[in-house]
Design a protein around this ligand. Structure first.
Ligand code: ADP
Length: 584
């Protein structure tokens, strides 16, 4: 293991209470007795020094290692940036697998299907999540050449993947997560859309229907479209596109599942089409990848870039520095990571994709006094992500000068457009940051807050009323704060109906359920515009939302250029795979 001794003058790390709990449950290394033998400071130094040590492989890099290790330590312990969970867990350990996202191919033979089950198990064991397209499998009841029998179809094989996942605990702390995708023109599509009807079915999978532009056009024109058997190319049936779309809408209304991904849109942004088509994403949908490709993610905490002295309230210089440091960090992670299969190592090293994103966006809006559900909020999202995207490309270009371009650059879309050379085929992705945001003590990803104040049950039956710090500060400034009010807010989470509170506070401090669905979608589209990969986002709907409302959201997501969409109607049953650390 490449690990420098801890410098005597290394500052300690200050953690909030929730971060302490999450760190000790999930991240600190544990001995055979299950007790952590690592301190938080040691964890962050383990990660920082191991990632910095990769510099030694590049010209003149050796002399920089110690300095970089300190820089990375400061970057993480200031909570301005955190790498994805597997990097925090495994950097500098024997396991050494550092990426969160993988996609595996599933071929149309028993050998290939069970290879994929095995490969997924290896990835889950190492802390990663897997996505698969089942579109190449012959449909149920199709003839099987070798035996003259009939095939079981994608759904029955999906259950095998699901059961295998159930049995593999990741380091004893969480089960694996999967994404299963089926193209809308696969003959088994109706079974797939209904697959999660019963609560608890396929509980280790998120499902998404892969929609094509041809299908969306057929919906628009109210036409039929063909279902095609993938193994023969034969047309098996014709369905009315609107009926299928409407069934998709109905299921999403009932349970939130399945979601959908726009395959053509994803492939228009495929930076290396010469290496093949993208057919699947990672479990939470934010990372489309080629078969056998993996990607490591990292997130910048925007809540820490508020600067009231700056003209528009944002510390752009500070943000720029952190983007450059983070891109270098994530590129080093590719060097440091040990992948569970040689094919994965090869694909990752060919494209060198990284996914830098953000968290704490809602917290930044609160500090700036800008409502999430406003054009001003959407404009700020575009400005921030546009800036991060541009700076990440400059950083990747600088790394290419120092270390060389990603090997597939010559045949990539960048070379055709005479852009680059870059070190990485993609640089940006917006992850859910389920656990990372708890560590950093900020709002998750680009989502609004769920509640401004809530009651946390702590040990010995004590209750603690937890209040968003920016909300508390604004109330105190307006002389409207009281512990009694916090108890009131904790009951419902939102202050929308509290007309005795100042109007400007009610306008700015909105929560997920206060925000009209269209603003959720506009925000997703704003971030997507400047993100290479995709955006993890849920469009929240009230319980009273109708199927027409969901139809409208799905259609607009397509028109706005989103790569996928996930809706959640308040109070409907759901068995979505959670990507948060707690509760798994
Ligand atoms: P983090 O726990 O690091 O905050 P995110 O919530 O941002 O992670 O999720 C990022 C990605 O990590 C997911 O899209 C998925 O690929 C992977 N992931 C999350 N949770 C799990 C899990 N329980 N098992 C496997 N992979 C997971």
């Amino acid at each position: 293991m490449t690990q420098l001794p801890i410098p005597a003058d290394l500052p300690d790390v200050t953690l909030n209470e929730n971060a302490k709990v999450v760190l000790s449950r999930r991240y600190l290394r544990k001995g055979p007795d299950g007790k952590p033998f690592e301190l938080p400071k040691e964890l962050f130094w383990r990660v920082a020094s191991h990632i910095a040590a990769q510099e030694a492989a590049f010209k003149g890099g050796k002399a920089r290692v110690a300095q970089r290790a300190r820089e990375f330590y400061e970057l993480m312990t200031s909570f301005k940036f955190l790498p994805n969970s597997p990097t925090l867990m495994n950097a500098g350990t024997d396991l050494g697998q550092l990426a969160a996202c993988f996609v595996l191919p599933v071929g149309d033979s028993i050998e290939e299907i069970f290879d994929a089950v095995k490969h997924a198990a290896l990835i889950h064991k190492s802390g990663g999540g897997t996505g698969f397209s089942f579109s190449r499998l012959r449909p149920a009841e199709a003839r099987v050449g070798s035996t003259g029998g009939v095939a079981s179809g994608p759904l029955s094989f999906l259950r095998i993947f699901n059961t295998a996942t159930e049995q593999i605990k990741q380091g004893g702390t969480r089960r694996g997560a999967n994404m299963g995708i089926l193209r809308v023109d696969h003959p088994d599509i109706i079974r797939f859309i209904k697959a999660k009807e019963r609560e608890g079915e396929l509980n280790n999978f998120n499902l998404s229907v892969g929609l094509t532009e041809a299908f969306m056009k057929a919906v628009d024109a109210d036409e039929e479209y063909a279902l095609v058997a993938p193994h023969t190319g034969e047309e098996k049936a014709r369905l009315k596109a609107r009926e299928v779309f409407s069934m998709l809408v109905q299921k999403a209304w009932e349970s939130g599942d399945p979601g959908m991904v726009f395959l053509d849109r994803i492939n228009r942004d495929n930076p290396t089409p010469q290496l093949g088509e993208i057919e699947a994403t990672n479990p939470c949908g934010e990372q489309p990848l080629l078969p056998y490709e993996a990607c490591n993610l990292g997130s910048i905490n925007l809540a820490l870039f508020h600067d009231e002295n700056a003209r528009d309230g944002v510390d752009w210089e500070g943000l720029k520095t952190v983007v450059h440091q983070s891109v270098r960090f994530l590129d080093n992670v590719i060097e440091a990571s040990v992948y569970p299969l040689p094919q994965i190592t090869e694909t990752v090293r060919t494209n060198r994709k990284i996914g830098l994103g953000v968290m704490g966006f809602a917290d930044l809006l609160y500090q700036l006094g800008v409502p999430y559900n406003s054009q001003e909020g959407v404009n700020l999202a575009e400005k921030l992500m546009g800036f991060i995207q541009d700076e990440s490309k400059l950083a990747s270009k600088a790394l290419a000068e120092e270390r060389g371009a990603f090997p597939a650059y010559a045949g990539s879309v960048f070379a055709q457009k005479q852009q680059g050379p870059y070190r990485n085929a993609t640089t940006t992705t917006i992850a859910p940051t389920g656990t990372l945001s708890i560590l950093a003590g900020c709002s998750s990803g680009v989502e609004p807050l769920f509640a401004l104040s809530f009651v946390r049950n702590v040990m010995d039956g004590d209750r603690l009323v937890e209040v968003n710090p920016h909300f508390e500060a604004a109330l105190k400034m307006a002389q409207a704060y009281s512990p009694k009010l916090m108890e009131e807010v904790a009951k419902i989470g939102s202050i929308k109906a509290m007309d005795y509170l100042p109007e400007d506070i009610r306008r700015v401090f909105v929560t997920a359920m206060d925000i009209e669905p269209i603003w959720h979608l506009k925000m997703q589209a704003a971030f997507q515009k400047y993100t290479d990969n995709a955006v993890s986002k849920t469009v929240n709907l009230p319980n009273s939302a109708t199927q027409e409302d969901i139809w409208d959201i799905y259609w607009k997501a397509y028109e706005y250029g989103c790569k996928g969409v996930t809706v959640y109607r308040d109070g409907c049953k759901t068995s979505q795979v959670l990507c948060t650390g707690e509760g798994q």
